[in-house]
Structure formats: C-alpha cells, structure tokens
Write a protein that binds this ligand. Sequence first.
Ligand SMILES: NC(=O)c1ccc[n+]([C@@H]2O[C@H](COP(=O)([O-])OP(=O)(O)OC[C@H]3O[C@@H](n4cnc5c(N)ncnc54)[C@H](O)[C@@H]3O)[C@@H](O)[C@H]2O)c1
Length: 453
Amino acid sequence: MAVIADRCPHIDVTVVDLNEARIAAWNDPDINQIPIYEPGLEAVVSRTRGRNLFFSTTVNAAISSADMVFISVNTPTKNKGIGAGQASDLRWVEACARQVAQHAQGHTVVIEKSTLPVRTAAVIKAILDTPQRKPKNNEILPTFSVLSNPEFLAEGSAIRDLEKPDRVLIGGDDAAAVDALATIYSHWVPSEKILRTNLWSSELSKLISNAFLAQRISSINSVAALCEATGADVHEVALAIGTDSRIGSKFLSAGPGFGGSCFKKDILNLVYLCRHFSLPEVADYWEQVIELNNWQKNRIAGLLVQRLFGTVTGKRLAILGFAFKADTNDTRESPAISISLDLLEEGAQLAIHDPKVDPSQIARDLKKSQSHSSAGLNGEGTWLFSSTVVEAVQDADAVLILTEWDQYRELNWKELAKIMRAPAWVLDTRSVVDPVEITEAGLHLWRLGEGAD
Ligand SMILES: NC(=O)c1ccc[n+]([C@@H]2O[C@H](COP(=O)([O-])OP(=O)(O)OC[C@H]3O[C@@H](n4cnc5c(N)ncnc54)[C@H](O)[C@@H]3O)[C@@H](O)[C@H]2O)c1
C-alpha cells in the first residue's frame, strides 16, 4: 500500500488495522520505529505518510469512503476444528467481508490481497451479496465486485519486488473492476506484466507459486545431505544444475530449512484442498515438501550435538541469526526456533544474536524467558540475548550460523577463536564464512552440503 501511495500521489491510501499498537507504531514520528524492518521501506513511508498514505484504526469510516478495499488480513493455519493443522483459518477474512458489506457506500471493488484457498472469492461474494442492513429512506444499497490480486513480494526484498515486479496478477470476471485495478498498477508496471485471469486461477496461482518455491528449497536441502554423504559439494552441484536455463539459478541455496509466515501454511492449505477434492496422491506429494523441511531442521540440531561429543548439556553455543532470512525482522516459522528448541531440550546454554530481531520476540518464540544466572548446571537448557557477536561467542564451544546476515560474512575469526573454548566448532548452515579463514584460525568447520573438514 505504501508503494501504491508512492507511485500514485493522486490516490489516497488508508491502511486500517484493529491492532492499535501496530497502527501507533506506523504513525510514530520517529521513522525508525515503524514495526517492520524492510530495506527501502522507511524512505517510501517517509515520502508518503501524511501526504496520501494514512494509518488508522477507524476501520468503518475508511470502508465507507473507499472505492476499493484490499483485504490483507492474516490467514494462518487453523489450529482446531475441521481441517485443523492444514486448512486456512478464514475467520478474519470473513469478518472483514461482513464489515465491508455493512459499511460500504455506492459501488466498491473488494480485492483479495491475502493468500486464500481457491474459491474463497465465492464466499466473500456470498457475504457481500447478502444485504447486511435495511435501506434507510431512499438509500441505494451498496454493490460490489470481487477481484483476486495476490501478493508476490518476498520479505527482505519487498520494496524492490513491488517496484519492479516480475508480474502483477489480477483475477476477476468484472472487466471494469479489473481495468480499474490494472490502471493503478500501470502507473509503474509495464502493461505486459499485468496478467489477467479468472478468479480461481489467480487464487490458486499464489498457492502454487509458494509451493514450487518451497519445493526447490526442500529439493536442494535433500541434495545437500546426499552431498555430505558422498563428497560432492552442494554449491558445485547447484551451480552445475542452475546454469541449465530450464532449471535456473535462483532458490538453489541449501540452508537450515525454509521459514517465514507463508510457505508452510500455504502448502498445508494446498494439501488440505487436494484432500478435500479427493486427490490424496497429490496431497501426499506436496506434503513431502514440508516433511523434508522438518527433517532438515532436526538434522542440523542433531549434527551439532554429534560434533560436540554427543552432548551439549551445559555447553555454551552461540546462535548467529534468528530471523528466518536476512534483511527482515520476521521470525515466523524461522528454522532458528525449532533448532534452538531442540538444543534447549538437550540442555544447551544458548547465546543468541540477531541484528534486527528483538529479544522479546525470541522469548515469545521459544516460550521461555532469558536466563542471566549461571543456570544450566542442573541440565536445564537456557538462553540469553547477546547484543554483539563477540558477546555471543565468548566462551562458546560452537557457533551456529542460521541467518545469512551480511555482517556474518565479515567476522574476524582469528579474534573470535581466541575467546572460544577449544576444540571449538563453526557450523555454517548458510555458507557465509570463508572456510580458509576458519581453519587458519584453528577452528573446526562444518558447512551444510560439504561435510566436516
Ligand atoms: N508476509 C508476507 O511476506 C506475505 C507475502 C505475500 C502474501 N502474504 C499474505 O498476506 C496476508 C497477510 O500477511 P501478513 O504477513 O501481513 O500478516 P500479519 O498477521 O502480519 O498482518 C495481518 C494484520 O491484519 C489485522 N487484522 C485482522 N483482522 C482484521 C480486521 N477485521 N480488520 C482490520 N485489520 C485486521 C491484524 O491485526 C494484523 O495486523 C496473509 O494472507 C499472507 O499469506 C504475506
């Protein structure tokens, strides 16, 4: 929405949210306090906020005055009832549709921006087409068009992805509404990149796009394990296969497993839909992408324990990176969570560093507060936040790199080796360190997809 406001100064964009604290943070006079860390976002918000981009909690008023409403609410996996653990929980989408039906005036184009199960537009249409209020005097009841316009941005590169998208997808059967939305994007997106499809193709394409991306990560992670067992090098294999133009070079970096708020929930949703439409083999096929991801996360924790003579109880381990990838402060489904939990279960003392993630978020993710005492002697796992890498690495038996932050590429391993407890290990799941520097510093190295030195 910030990018739309930036590129279309003649359009007023109001972002409304029920969460007052979040809206207050978006309105914070100190631009550094906006709640999402994303390269380039501060500049866009600085240019537009108060000009034609507004953040507010007055949802009903914003709906009444809008020509278009983008439904961008959360669609997490259901945690109870029918489809629990797989289906999307659509309660926020439904609540939004009802609220729009009640407060809209005139003709309103309602746009699905959230990632939704295929055929959700039918549900939204049914709600919107049911009169939610009795007309007062000569009032003309509102009318609606529903479009699907899924979001393909990736966290960490969101502004770049929005400013130069590979494509914009608009699904719908009301040509005038589709044209109106396409006109907005046409202010900065070339017309050949604005794809028009029917509603169902658009809804389904977003799920399939995420499923294909996650599948590539699980595929290369499975190959990484095979490389470790055979002496092949996953970076060389990735280069060799990625230069085939039919395969392509992107999304071929082996790592600790995919995270983020979308891949897992969207594939689970796809699996649920396949079962619902009586396609169990198709469901099993996609489910395997998630199973491999879970296996990869467990494998990393297991490998670390194995390297440290089979036990990490009471040992200090430095975890570098908690965000699910670099350039974001988002930790949702971050592999660092399950890997840390596995190590805490083994009784490790974790010193966690991340340049952008707040320690309070880590405490929520691990469901455990920081421990500053010399705990761990009774075998219980503990963690504490370190504001510098040096602080995290002090007295550690091992350093585990989980996020590919640029600053981890430039660490002085000769100096760090001096403050670690020998025999000390570096386990690099993101291939950010220079192997020569590590071994010259007298440290043992394990890199994903290459095996030990
Ligand atoms: N995060 C991503 O990278 C990404 C990328 C593409 C698509 N998506 C999709 O976008 C959607 C939102 O994702 P997100 O990461 O921004 O989720 P989020 O949970 O960070 O934000 C959703 C917001 O909606 C608000 N909300 C819920 N119900 C509301 C209502 N009735 N009225 C007003 N506000 C309400 C919540 O308070 C919350 O702040 C999801 O469907 C997701 O799959 C996300």
